[in-house]
Design a protein around this ligand. Structure first.
Ligand SMILES: [Zn+2]
Length: 406
């Protein structure tokens, strides 16, 4: 379906009474979609221009600083440098810009996950971690470009050992693994639990480097982009984010492959990013119960947690020692829901610390991930302290008391 047809479909949905949705979704021009069926004053309003404002009269608690010092475990201050050597990174947000926001928001430390590898990670550590002790932590990444080479397993383990000697505190694995990384020559997707990575997981565990691993994506990205897809607008804007069809594994296949890795490497600590599988906290709970070496972060998923506030509140209560705070903050315009800045953090703090109802989950002008709002879960001090600091500090080797950290 082309873009014009998508927009026509959206306009048709808005033009019809919701009770008559079955006929409303017929594209303009299809049998039964004649002019008489439409409410004329709404005809032609494209879905992408529809921005309903809530009429609820509710309090808006501005939490401009978090109540306790914070580690943002999931940010992208650096990114891969397409013009550099393999493993090279470049700053996408300046340390000075970060520090100004951090000081205003009570963020003590930011973890830059995408630090690259080889000389790249050494540069990232020099510019961030060494230049501003205690304020930035840098993780290294696997050398995916070498994954099909003979001797890769050992080389990868050595790269991690060398990054650790340079000061890297953890290993970041992007969703590349499981969805994009393919064998040279055959182009076959390489599975997360492929044995060639066993030495990598073991090296990280032996060096007490937590593995921050993003696997799979929202469930809707694995479904047809049709009128039932709750991420329709997002997928419409980014069709390349869809993993429906072709040779992609299912979301569950990917989750289970990661689970086998956690089972096989019990002394390695895994932080499954984006709540592992934020739409299905029952499944995530089963995984956390089975794997003591599993943790989760909440980055870029308050849109999911905040629309299931009762379930989420119980989840935070039960797994209070296994959840770390993260935002996925970056300066990437493709993900406006996680644009680094004061407003992003204020929304996270409002969700976690207030019991405000029905508010926007993103600083973006339009809901980026779907047309819904979220509810605050008002976590108590004990859980906030663990979520904001203690759990992440334990994983990356910072003092348990933020007051004594550098
Ligand atoms: Zn991220």
């Amino acid at each position: 379906m082309n873009r014009r047809k998508f927009i026509a479909l959206g306009a048709t949905i808005i033009g019809f009474d919701a009770r008559d949705m079955a006929s409303a979704v017929k594209p303009v021009g299809a049998p039964g979609s004649g002019k008489d069926d439409q409410q004329s004053e709404f005809a032609g309003l494209p879905l992408e221009e529809y921005e309903p404002k809530s009429m609820l009269h509710l309090p808006n608690r501005l939490v401009s600083r978090c109540s306790f010092p914070l580690i943002d475990f999931h940010t992208h201050i650096t990114e891969g440098d397409p013009n550099g050597a393999p493993g090279a990174v470049r700053l996408q947000i300046s340390p000075e810009t970060c520090l100004a926001v951090m000081d205003r928001k009570n963020i003590k430390t930011m973890v830059d996950l995408t630090g690259g590898y080889g000389e790249g990670v050494r540069v990232a550590i020099h510019k961030l971690q060494d230049a501003h002790p205690g304020r930035f932590i840098v993780f290294t990444e696997p050398a995916w470009d070498k994954a099909s080479d003979p001797g890769y397993s050992r080389l990868q383990a050595e790269l991690i050992e060398s990054a650790h000697r340079s000061g890297a505190k953890g290993l970041k694995v992007l969703k590349t693994l499981g969805l994009f990384l393919r064998e040279k020559g055959t182009h076959k997707l390489i599975a997360i639990d492929d044995p060639r990575f066993d030495e990598m997981w073991e090296a990280a565990g032996a060096l007490n480097m937590p593995v921050a691993i993003h696997s799979s994506d929202p469930e809707a990205f694995f479904l047809p982009i049709d009128r039932f897809n709750e991420r329709w607008e997002e997928l419409h804007a980014h069709p390349d984010w869809s993993f429906y069809g072709r040779d992609f594994p299912s979301n569950l296949d990917i989750q289970e492959a990661r689970r086998r890795v956690m089972r096989r490497h019990p002394r390695t600590q895994f932080v499954c990013l984006h709540v592992a599988n934020a739409e299905n906290l029952k499944y995530v709970s089963e995984c956390l119960d089975e794997h003591p070496n599993m943790h989760v972060d909440i980055a870029a998923r308050i849109a999911e947690l905040g629309r299931q506030p009762h379930t989420a509140r119980k989840f935070f209560d039960r797994y209070r020692d296994r959840i770390v705070f993260g935002t996925d903050a970056s300066s990437d315009a493709n993900t406006p829901q996680q644009l680094f800045g004061d407003e992003l953090y204020e929304i996270y703090f409002r969700f976690l610390e207030s019991e405000d109802e029905y508010f926007e989950y993103t600083p973006a002008s339009k809901p980026a991930q779907g047309r819904w709002c979220i509810y605050g879960i008002g976590l108590p001090e004990l859980i906030l302290r663990k979520l904001y600091w203690e759990n992440a500090a334990r994983l990356i080797g910072l003092p348990a008391d933020p007051g004594t950290a550098a």
